[in-house]
Design a protein around this ligand. Structure first.
Ligand code: FEO
Ligand code: CA
Ligand code: CA
Length: 638
């Protein structure tokens, strides 16, 4: 396996190690699973009363009839350039870039070398990702994830971007985690309030507490923390979420990449099995932390990785509050967390585990949320479930209990993937962001792609996830070698997010009807030459119910991806299925992270790992940035 070069995003590394098969096998598409009636039945052309959609659901069958649109903008074209584009009548500007100061004592960003180690915890972190805005006593507080580092840009003094000292490692550790910052708008536009008392950097060494069933378990104890309840740092903070009580949820995704071994790997059977399932190995992603910071050396600290991979709750209004790792919500490669309230006030959180063939989860609290009441148990006491999708377009949430899994509560929390495999959860095409529609009792998950879906090993067996669960083509993941991705939607029975059963459909299957004139790779009928995209990833649903879809895919604009251009953000109508392209990112970037100002007149959009010299122009290192998007008439944008 190739080490992750420091210039790569996690997805690029993944693609290098697990390239698409040269023969795509497009003639082996299984259509039965998508040939069903979906919730978009009203606008898709197929016979009334038909039990199945047949191929009319696919692009080759019929065009989607659109009589009216609720979008307030005209779709923009795909782009392959080095800047951001938004529709006519909208404007964008940069709010904050990697390395911009949160405090007046921060070092100044050098266009050639970036930020030195001294003061690297006083600036906005790198590779912006999930974010949420909180309105508190007249202050607008933006909490933002910094997922990973581009070492060739921020360790420009090293030959290959590999850290060569503890100082290098500390710099990388400081650039990641979470930034909390106050933002404000005046006549000159939006800006960060430097030195606001709310500004805060949470990074790889920030003290955290561990809570829930795994807290205090032997597998979480280390020499530095024999209690197993106090850890340092939050890692690979990908997507995000917010609770009804106004706290921020940051989600630890590819945490495995930070660990390595200078000596022997642990031999304990349970620990080794966990390492295999979560991808912890000798080299990690070449952060080289383990060479200079013994905490990350699993040959001497085998339990340290068990203290990462969780949902972490942060109170953005309390800069001194210790973040809490909520182990009850499971340990996996958490993408994001989308919360909802059941009619009785219990708290639901939907979550995806972003790896090929991993699963989708739901948390249900034991206690109810009461505004102003005690919220301390709501992410600690309750039940974790995993999704099972049936071919008949129903599904169920299977409780991960000791009885069902043969594991105790702490082990379910630590080795959640193993527990989910034990109950036969449905393998998914890399669950990225989940979003809950505030205007209907339904939720959505981006299944970004899975080049190994339905593929076979040399011996003819079907490829499996790291737990041995075969990734055969299944109903919600109906395409072999799925390069384009899809969005699954579910509606809980009884209009109750606490229900254990649901109906589901595919809101969209991305595809390319220009390249594949018929069949499943053309995509669903709501894909057309004007809105081509691949690899849906980030997702938020605004207060009006529009679905905002962000992509992290192949931006080659060639072959199967011709006409798709750079990564982008689109808006989807949940009722008609219509999808329009709203924003295009600069070359090389991923568009990820979206939230709104308190008055809903500004969108904050994340531009991660841009190429070239975005946004500063020639001669500058590229800088991940949050951009603000407004309507020129200052009307609502969400
Ligand atoms: Fe960090 Fe799965 O994206
Ligand atoms: Ca993502
Ligand atoms: Ca992705």
């Amino acid at each position: 396996m190739t080490s992750r070069q420091p210039t790569m995003s996690a997805d690029e590394w993944d693609e290098l190690n697990f390239p698409r098969p040269e023969v795509q096998g497009f003639d082996e598409v299984v259509e039965r699973a998508i040939s069903r009636r979906g919730f978009l039945g009203g606008t898709l052309a197929f016979g009334s009363g038909a039990a199945v959609m047949g191929t009319a659901f696919l692009n080759g069958g019929s065009a989607m009839a659109q009589s009216s649109s609720r979008f307030a903008f005209e779709q923009i074209s795909a782009r392959t350039d080095s800047t951001v584009h938004v529709p006519n009548g909208y404007s964008w500007d940069v709010l904050v870039r990697w390395g911009d100061p949160l405090f007046s004592d921060a070092p100044e960003f050098d266009p050639a070398t970036g930020i030195p180690t001294e003061g690297s915890d006083r600036v906005f972190g790198e590779n912006t990702d999930g974010m949420e805005l909180f309105s508190f006593k007249g202050h607008q507080l933006l909490a933002v994830n910094s997922e990973y580092t581009n070492n060739d840009t921020n360790l420009a003094h090293t030959e290959d971007g590999l850290p060569t000292s503890a100082e290098d490692v500390l710099r990388l550790q400081n650039f990641q985690g979470v930034s909390v910052m106050e933002v404000t708008e005046d006549a000159d536009g939006w800006k960060v309030v430097i030195d606001s008392p709310y500004n805060r950097r949470i990074h790889h060494n920030t003290p955290m507490s561990l809570d829930g069933p795994a807290a205090g378990h032997d597998l979480l104890k280390t020499a530095a923390d024999p209690s197993g309840t106090q850890s340092l740092g939050t890692f690979n903070n990908c997507g995000a979420g917010r609770t009804p009580w106004g706290t921020y949820l940051t989600c630890e995704e590819n945490f495995n990449g930070y660990f390595g071994a200078t000596g022997d790997m642990p031999t304990d059977e349970k620990i080794s099995a966990g390492y295999d399932r979560y991808g912890i190995n000798e080299t990690g992603f070449d952060y080289n932390y383990h060479q200079f910071d013994p905490r990350f050396d699993v040959s001497t600290n085998p339990n340290e990785p068990h203290r990462a991979g969780y949902i972490v709750e942060i109170d953005p209004t309390q800069p001194d509050a210790v973040p809490v790792k909520r182990t009850a919500l499971g340990r996996f490669k958490h993408e994001n967390a989308a919360t909802a309230l059941a009619p009785d006030g219990r708290v639901v959180a939907y979550m995806g585990d972003d790896e090929r063939g991993e699963f989708m989860y739901k948390w249900l609290s034991r206690d109810v949320y009461v505004p102003g009441g005690d919220t301390s148990t709501l992410l600690s006491e309750g039940q974790l479930f995993v999704a099972k999708f049936n071919e008949d377009m129903t599904g169920e949430w299977v409780a991960l209990t000791p009885d069902a899994t043969g594991m105790d509560a702490a082990e379910i929390a630590i080795f959640t993937r193993t527990a989910a495999s034990a109950v036969g959860a449905t393998t998914m095409d890399r669950p990225e962001w989940v979003a809950v529609n505030p205007t209907a009792v339904e939720a959505y998950c981006c299944l970004t792609n899975n080049s190994r879906r339905g593929a076979t090993n040399d011996d003819g067996s079907v490829r499996s996830n790291a737990g041995g669960d075969e990734m055969t083509v299944n109903a919600p993941n109906p395409r072999k070698t799925n390069d384009y991705g899809q969005i699954v939607r579910w509606r809980p029975h009884g209009d109750n997010h606490a229900a254990n059963t649901f109906d589901w459909d595919l809101y969209v299957m991305a595809g390319n009807p220009d390249v594949h004139t018929e069949g499943a790779y053309a995509g669903t009928a709501n894909i057309n030459a004007g809105n081509l995209f691949n690899s849906p990833d980030g997702m938020q649903i605004d207060s009006t119910g529009l679905i905002w879809i962000q992509t992290d895919g192949d931006d080659s604009n060639e072959g199967d991806f011709a006409g798709m251009g750079n990564n982008q953000m689109l808006a989807g109508d949940p009722v008609t299925g219509e999808i329009r392209r709203f924003l295009t990112g600069p070359n090389g970037s991923e568009v990820t992270g979206l939230t709104w100002s308190a008055d809903k007149r500004t969108m904050f959009v994340g531009i991660q790992h841009p190429g070239g010299s975005f946004p500063d122009g020639e001669g500058s290192l590229p800088r991940s940035s949050i951009v603000v998007v407004k309507r020129d008439d200052d009307a609502l944008v969400g």
